[in-house]
Design a protein around this ligand. Sequence first.
Ligand code: ZN
Length: 380
Amino acid sequence: MRPNIPKELIGIYDETEYARQQTYQKANSRFSFISGSFSFVIVLVMLLCGGFGYLDRLVRQITENYYLLPLLYIGILMLAMQIIDFPFEWYDTFVIEEKFGFNKSTKKLFITDALKQFMLTVIIGGVVLFIVLFTYKHTGKWFWIFAWGVVSLFLVLMGTFYSKWIVPLFNKQRKLRSGDLRQKIETFAWNAGFEFQNIYIMDGSKRSTKANAYFTGLGAKRRIVLYDTLLKSLEDNEILAVLAHEIGHYKKKHTQKSLITSIITTGVTLFILSLFLDNPVLSQALGSDTPSFHLGLIGFSFLFAPITGLIGLIINSISRKNEFKADAYVKRFNLQEALISGLKKNATKSLTNLNPHPWYVFWYYSHPTLLERIKNLTTD
Ligand SMILES: [Zn+2]
């Protein structure tokens, strides 16, 4: 958060806007430090006081059924997490984002969103967990292979139908009306040799003023989705540049590659899980003498956390490289200047930090910083 803007970026914020950006950054950092510490303390207390084992004994008084016990146990934990999280998300949306003019969500919308998300987790998570339990019961130590198949199928289905099945629960997507912009996009996509099912405009403005664009779907189902907020803030050629970037991701097969990466890491994780799951030590460590699937799963997720962190680090690093490659694709159409001005607009509009520490970027960022992207776009 160094206060001096890099010389390449001088002029994109005026003095008052930059001061506002710094305050926003501080508010966000402080908030994530407090909420992160809070959840850390809760997990610590649960571990030290044997809270997981205690909950296990409680749920066993209701049912000891092979399927119902773990489903209910994990359901209760998820609900507790959601309830603990709720005030923090509320504060983030209605205090921080509100103060800086980003929030467009109403209290009613916020609550229905939270309820819908919880129901989705219960339904999808419940079905996946049920199938995993079923394979564990019938295939024993080979369960990981079957579970892997099920989770992979789920990942492929989500990749293909996410914007068709899940997004409509939260947002309205309408087809981009025929007109100047649609004409330009179609011509551009045709020149780039990119076929798509349709272009959709999503009402992102109903929650936040922040803008985004993405394209989703595999194979013939792919569609381009632009946030209405993006449409409002960018000129046509800037939108084309953003589109060229997304097509770059598609041409370099980034979506397929990241899907394959998730499938491989899932397989490895499930295999290692299968080596630990029968070990009663995991349940004992969480405060229960009765070994069980659900306690084994939770104990494993704690032990595996450092490796999850490492995998995240590698995935972020690949993702940043992919962003550079997608940006390089934009140069083919000579749209790099338009992309730069679009990125600048987006960065200032969402009060982005222009000076993140390189180690922070290395650890957390899935996208390169604005400065790195501009440098990459302006050099050959
Ligand atoms: Zn990208």
